[in-house]
Design a protein around this ligand. Structure first.
Ligand code: TRP
Length: 332
C-alpha cells in the first residue's frame, strides 16, 4: 500500500510563487510515489469570508487551474472540494471534544491571523476552531504526509496532538501525520517583506502575464542603502538575489551578478532584467498549461466530481472506523 498525502489550499485567491516553492513543487514530485489527495478548502475559506461566498466560489476554479498548470495530474492526484465531504464536518465535531479552547487560541498561526485580520472582539468561533477542522481534513484520509508551507506547521502539530488523544482514548485508529516543507522555507514578497502573501499585496502569481511580471520585477525591493549602481551592494537577504538563487538556473550568471553587485559594478536594472528573463522562462510553461485548461468547464467539473467521489469513499470508510472506536456505531 502506498503512503498517503493530504494537503490543500483555501480558495481565496490565485496561487503565487511562495505556494509553488513551499508546497506545490513537492506535490508534483510526490504524486508518482504517494496516494495523494489535494483539497480545495472552501469551508476553511468561509471561516473568514462567510460574508463573501462569491469570492470563495470564484476562486475554486482559479485554484484548480493553478494546480493543473503546475502539473498536478488528476490521473495521479485526487483533487476534491472540502464542503463536498460532509464526513470532515462530522469528524470536526468529535474532535472539538478533544481540544481545549485555550489550546486552539494558543495556535501561533491562528493568533497571527486574528491580529492581521483585526477581528478584535468579534472573532468568529468557526475561525478560531479551523485548526481542528484542518485536523479532520488530514485524518479523514489517514494521511501520512502533509506538504505545506512553514506557516502551517502549527496545524500539523495540533493534528498530531488530536490523533494521540483520539488513539489513547478510543484505540489506535489514526496515524500521526508528518509535515513536509519545501526546500525554500519562506519566499520574501516583492516588497522585501519576509513572506509573500495574497493579503499582503506583494505576490507574483503563477498566472501573472508577462507584462505584470515585468512590472513587478522592475519595482522589486533591493538593497535600500544602495543609491548609485557604483555603490557596493548587499546580496544577502536582498530579495532580487533570493529569487535569482531559486529561479535562475544559470548559476554562472547569478554568481557573476552577485560579484559585480558587491563591487558596485552592476546596476539594479540589469539584475532585475535578468531576473525577469529567468522568472518568465519558469512561468511560461505554467501559463501555457493554464490556458490549455481555461474555459474547459466540463473537463474541470469532471475532475472535481471524480476526485470528490473517490475522496468520499475513503472518508466514509474512515468514519465507520471512527464510530466503531467511539462506540457510536449503534445499529450495524
Ligand atoms: N490552512 C491551509 C492554508 O491556509 C489550507 C488547508 C486546509 C490545508 N486544510 C488543509 C493544508 C489540510 C494542509 C492540510 O493554506
Amino acid at each position: 500500500m502506498r503512503k498517503r498525502i493530504l494537503t490543500g489550499d483555501r480558495p481565496t485567491g490565485k496561487m503565487h510563487l511562495g505556494h509553488y516553492v513551499g508546497s506545490l513543487k513537492n506535490r508534483v514530485k510526490l504524486q508518482d510515489s504517494y496516494d495523494q489527495f489535494v483539497m480545495i478548502a472552501d469551508v476553511q475559506a468561509l471561516t473568514d469570508n462567510f460574508d463573501n461566498p462569491q469570492k470563495v466560489r470564484d476562486n475554486i476554479k482559479e485554484v484548480l487551474l493553478d494546480y493543473l498548470a503546475v502539473g498536478i495530474d488528476p490521473k495521479k492526484t485526487t483533487i476534491l472540494i472540502q464542503s463536498m465531504i460532509p464526513e470532515i464536518a462530522e469528524l470536526t465535531v468529535f474532535y472539538l471534544n478533544l481540544v481545549t479552547l485555550e489550546r486552539v487560541l494558543r495556535n501561533p498561526t491562528v493568533k497571527d491571523e486574528i491580529k492581521q485580520k483585526g477581528f478584535g472582539q468579534s472573532l468568529p468561533a468557526g475561525f478560531a476552531m479551523y485548526p481542528v477542522s484542518q485536523a479532520a481534513d488530514i485524518t479523514v484520509f489517514n494521511a501520512d504526509l502533509v506538504p505545506v508551507g512553514e506557516d502551517q506547521l502549527p496545524m500539523v502539530e495540533q493534528t498530531r496532538e488530536i490523533v494521540r488523544k483520539f488513539n489513547s482514548l478510543y484505540g489506535e485508529t489514526f496515524v500521526e501525520p508528518k509535515p513536509l516543507l519545501g526546500d525554500v522555507k519562506r519566499l520574501p514578497g516583492i516588497d522585501g517583506n519576509a513572506k509573500m502573501g495574497k493579503s499582503l499585496g506583494n505576490a507574483i502569481y503563477l498566472s501573472d502575464s508577462e507584462d505584470e511580471l515585468k512590472k513587478k520585477v522592475m519595482r522589486m525591493y533591493t538593497d535600500p542603502t544602495r543609491i548609485h549602481p557604483t555603490d557596493p551592494g548587499k546580496v544577502e537577504g536582498n530579495p532580487v538575489f533570493v529569487y535569482h538563487e531559486i529561479f535562475n538556473p544559470n548559476k554562472t550568471e547569478v554568481e557573476d551578478l552577485k560579484m559585480r553587485y558587491r563591487e558596485g559594478k552592476v546596476g539594479d536594472i540589469e539584475v532585475k532584467e535578468k531576473l525577469f528573463v529567468a522568472l518568465n522562462a519558469f512561468l511560461t510553461p505554467i501559463r501555457e498549461k493554464r490556458h490549455e485548461f481555461e474555459g474547459k468547464d466540463e473537463l474541470l467539473n469532471q475532475i472535481l466530481t471524480e476526485g470528490t467521489a473517490k475522496a468520499r469513499e475513503v472518508a466514509g470508510e474512515t468514519m465507520k472506523k471512527v464510530k466503531r472506536a467511539m462506540k457510536i456505531d449503534y445499529i450495524r
